[in-house]
Design a protein around this ligand. Structure first.
Ligand code: 5GP
Length: 175
């Protein structure tokens, strides 16, 4: 049966916030080149909209990470399924993520990237769930803080579906 998701963050709210994040990145890096690392698959839509709002010379690469667990919960270990294809040595890196929950994925990734000698590594995350956050990672560019609910849409999936929704929605149990 199909879900009827409830809108949590509308398309208009997303566009406004993404524009503000793009402006902040543009002014922080002042004409320096940045390498955007889009974390697949969930960040693809946020990343593509964000890049359009960054007025800097940019490069783009992709990583895919998986954390093992069942269904709607993330668990204790993070695996790299796809790595970037270029060196980040002495580069300004912006990791673009969909959501920080326990923080394990970003903490693991940050340690790995920092060991590769970049000039700077910043994290941009569309969403943050403070209630579940165990591994404290600094989110330099945050879209929205949300309650501890499972969200879908705007790139985020539930069992591979609903990524195409133009808004962030909540899956309500029972519908
Ligand atoms: P963390 O390692 O911070 O616990 O988990 C981060 C990852 O868990 C995200 O990149 C995302 O893939 C997944 N995740 C956490 N919360 C949600 C959620 O509410 N909806 C969806 N679709 N994925 C989530």
């Amino acid at each position: 049966m199909e879900f009827q998701p409830e809108v949590l963050i509308s398309e208009e709210e997303l566009a406004l916030r993404v524009k503000a994040l793009g402006n902040a990145i543009t002014s922080d890096f002042e004409n320096e080149e940045v390498l955007i690392i889009c974390i697949l698959k969930g960040a693809f839509m946020f990343c593509s909209d964000l890049m359009k709002e960054i007025n800097l010379p940019t490069r783009l690469d992709f990583m895919q990470l998986s954390s093992y667990g069942d269904g709607m919960k993330s668990s204790g270990s993070v695996k790299i399924d796809l790595d970037i294809s270029e060196s980040i040595k002495d580069k300004n890196v912006i990791v673009v993520e969909d959501i920080v929950d326990s923080g394990l994925t970003m903490k693991t990734l940050l340690e790995l990237l920092q060991a590769r000698g970049p000039k700077a590594v910043k994290i941009a995350s569309l969403l943050f769930k403070p209630s579940k956050n165990i591994h404290k990672v600094p989110i330099d560019y945050l879209g929205f803080e949300i309650e501890d609910k499972f969200v879908i849409g705007y790139g985020l999936d539930y069992a591979g579906r609903y990524r195409e929704l133009p808004y962030v929605g909540v899956v309500n149990a029972g519908n």
